[in-house]
Design a protein around this ligand. Structure first.
Ligand code: ADP
Length: 257
């Protein structure tokens, strides 16, 4: 389970970096290709024409590489039927080996029949990240609670998001009784590479958010120093799955916080 856990995490980080990188690179390469094409117009100056051909050929090769990186990042997710019960069962199995004696693990599926469109592997990865963070926040032990239920959200829930959509959602909550966060940590949580841990990557929560957004969902954080933290993920039940490439390519029009 430990090796599998590391593998899934590595893959997710890689897909995220590949997606972000290839998007930025493509934006750089496209004007470069245009410039190469314009140079080719100067056929009467062989030096310029040669430069043009060089820029164009390298640019094209670069674009091809970028395209394959993008399809790798996109391939990271496929839409399927996700059962809430199966999701939490799998999570329990993955966590089994890593929960210390001092931590009480509490997993509850309020509505066992609950299912929705999404990607099982990605959501599992997301919950796993949150659970590992939660355990790390409780070095002296405590309670780690994972609950999934169906909730109806009204328009004003998403008041700070443009794409506010009332509707039915699956709520996946991960709550710990750990150290909580200061306001500063709370503000910087989703910054890439932001970490307060020795050896932390600072990519876990960013990756979670990418996954939740690509499901058309939203993420909430509540935290009180010395009391604990609660992460709520909201995945729409009614909305079709969004192609992750929209996100990977920097389209942040999806709602979430
Ligand atoms: P990493 O775990 O590698 O540091 P994350 O992006 O997962 O990266 O988390 C960033 C930071 O957010 C952590 O270093 C920690 O300070 C804070 N954090 C995340 N989850 C919790 C939690 N459950 N309780 C307290 N702090 C947390």
């Amino acid at each position: 389970a430990e090796a599998e856990l590391i593998r899934v995490q590595r893959f997710e980080s890689l897909a995220m970096l590949a997606g972000g990188l290839s998007h930025d690179l493509r934006n750089l390469l496209q004007p470069l290709l245009l410039a190469g094409d314009s140079l080719l117009d100067y056929q009467d100056d062989p030096r310029l024409a040669r430069l043009g051909a060089l820029v164009r050929d390298c640019g094209r090769r670069g674009l091809e590489m970028v395209q394959s990186m993008l399809s790798f990042a996109r391939g990271a997710r496929r839409a399927e039927h996700v059962r809430a019960q199966a999701l939490l069962d799998a999570l329990g199995l993955l966590l089994q080996g890593s929960v210390p004696r001092s931590v009480q693990l509490d997993i509850e599926v309020v509505d066992p029949e609950l299912s929705f469109e999404g990607n099982h592997t990605e959501l599992q990865q997301c919950l796993l990240n949150l659970c590992l963070n939660a355990m790390q926040a409780m070095p002296n032990g405590g309670v780690l609670r994972v609950v999934t239920s169906k909730v109806r959200l009204e328009e004003d829930f998403f008041v700070e998001h443009e794409e506010a959509q009332a509707g039915d959602y699956v709520r996946l909550s991960v709550t710990d009784t750990g150290q909580g966060m200061t306001d500063e940590v709370r503000r910087r949580l989703f910054e890439p590479f932001f970490t307060t841990k020795e050896g932390g990557t600072g990519l876990g929560l960013l990756s979670c958010r990418r996954i939740v957004y690509s499901h058309g969902g939203a993420m909430r954080v509540d935290s009180i120093p010395d009391e604990g933290t609660c992460f709520d993920l909201y995945i729409p039940l009614t909305r079709p799955v969004v192609d992750a490439s929209a996100l990977v390519e920097g389209n942040t029009a999806l709602h979430g916080n």
